[in-house]
Design a protein around this ligand. Structure first.
Ligand SMILES: N[C@@H](CCC(=O)N[C@@H](CS)C(=O)NCC(=O)O)C(=O)O
Length: 189
């Protein structure tokens, strides 16, 4: 069974949502940032970066980084349709989105609020005219949502500043898998 090392409401939430979307049997291993558990030697032996998510596969391989874990889950459970298998342009688009989210969006907060605003504006423009990042629901949406959800409250943007991103956020919040992941993770906070 897949094993997810997670800390509630952090980057690992994206991996958790994907596991639920795919109905993937999994075990959750709480690794609480609040208790410095991501810095404990036992966890550093799993991920030397000291960061969640870390996903252990059935063969015992340890996958880290949100994008890597999402890709693995989407490909392992194709019936959920989270990976646009066989559509080269769409596959490349998912990678493009996830690279953008992991670097530009996730990295923006450490650089300052104006960088977060710029990242949100770019995401808003990239999403224009689409319900989902690549035109159909995929792991790119889960990745984008997780970071936007986390950074959004701190920005206090005037309503309407990022209308397309907000509509995407609302669509994601309405998904049963997202609701379930929040419900489960709240119990560990
Ligand atoms: N680039 C990593 C970022 C993961 C990350 O930043 N995880 C944070 C939680 S949001 C973490 O585990 N931090 C633990 C710590 O700093 O002790 C990814 O995409 O997985």
């Amino acid at each position: 069974m897949l094993k997810l090392y997670f800390s509630p409401m952090t980057s690992s939430l994206a991996t958790h949502i994907a596991l639920i979307e795919c109905n993937a049997p999994h075990e959750l291993v709480p690794t609480l940032m609040a208790k410095q558990e991501t810095r404990a030697p036992a966890f550093l032996a799993i991920n030397p970066a000291g960061k969640v998510p870390a996903l252990v596969t059935d063969s015992g391989r340890i996958l880290t980084e949100v994008a890597g874990t999402l890709y693995y889950i989407a490909k392992k459970y194709p019936a959920a349709g989270l990976w646009p298998e066989g559509d080269l342009e769409a596959e490349a688009d998912v990678i493009s989105w996830m690279s953008f989210v992991a670097s530009t969006v996730h990295g923006s907060r450490a650089k300052g609020p104006e960088h977060v605003e710029e990242a949100f504006s770019i995401a808003n423009a990239r999403l224009a005219g689409r319900e989902w990042a690549i035109g159909r629901y995929s792991i790119a949406d889960i990745h984008l949502f997780r970071v936007y959800w986390r950074f959004r409250p701190g920005m206090n943007a005037v309503p309407g500043t990022y209308p397309v991103l907000e509509a995407h956020y609302d669509r994601m919040m309405a998904r049963p898998a997202v609701k379930k992941a929040f419900e489960i993770e709240k119990k560990f906070e």
